[in-house]
Design a binder for this molecule. Structure first.
Ligand SMILES: [Zn+2]
Length: 199
């Protein structure tokens, strides 16, 4: 189990088990496989993704396994009958393709759960959809890489099971206001997500 820091700051889980405060999370004893669709990505996309994944791996204790690039871009239907064998998809899209990216939204992230035993749910796959134009623009700016990495980390925070918190000192605050690393609340939530029982 990952030791989380003391200090101020809370977290919220995206989903909890029925009738319980225990979070829905991934199976910590299996690697979380992910693929990247590089279409529309900034040129340094693999550094961006792998550094972000490494931060989430460190904070949760989850092992992530990179399965390479893909041309899959089905962000909307990661669940379904084959969900257990479907890797997490990370890719770039426009609001025309993924309507939830409209407006100020720089990215989306989430996971699909299956009921593995009665009344106990486990995430098995998920997705991160990143706004192509936001990434193209910020990639050219000073400090842009750190800003973009923070966006990917935030979305991966959703993937592993965190919801937004009303605290600008945490990366899981809804808006990115310059925070580039996980705050103490984020780290406590991530550590708990990685500490669920193995299946
Ligand atoms: Zn968010």
């Amino acid at each position: 189990m990952v030791a989380a820091p003391d200090g101020r700051g809370g977290f919220r889980f995206a989903t909890t088990q029925p009738g319980s405060t225990e979070p829905v999370s991934y199976n910590p004893c299996r690697p979380i496989r992910y693929v990247v669709n590089p279409s529309g990505a900034p040129t340094d996309y693999l550094d961006l993704v792998q550094q972000s994944v490494a931060e989430v791996a460190r904070a949760t204790g989850f092992e992530f396994e990179y399965d390479g690039t893909t041309d899959d871009r089905d962000f909307e239907h990661r669940g379904g009958p084959s969900a257990r064998s479907t890797p997490v998809l990370i890719g770039w899209a426009t609001p025309e393709e993924v309507p939830e990216l409209a407006g100020d939204v720089a990215g989306l992230g989430g996971s699909a759960a299956v009921e593995r035993t009665p009344n106990h749910f486990t995430y098995v796959t998920g997705m991160v959809a990143l706004d192509r134009d936001v990434f193209a623009r910020l990639d050219q700016e000073p400090g842009g890489f750190e800003h973009l990495r923070a966006i990917v980390m935030h979305e991966l925070g959703h993937v592993v099971g965190l919801a937004h918190v009303d605290d600008p000192a945490q990366l899981m605050f809804a808006d990115n206001i310059g925070q580039t690393s996980f705050g103490p609340g984020d780290l406590r939530g991530l550590a708990q997500l990685g500490a669920v029982d193995c299946l």
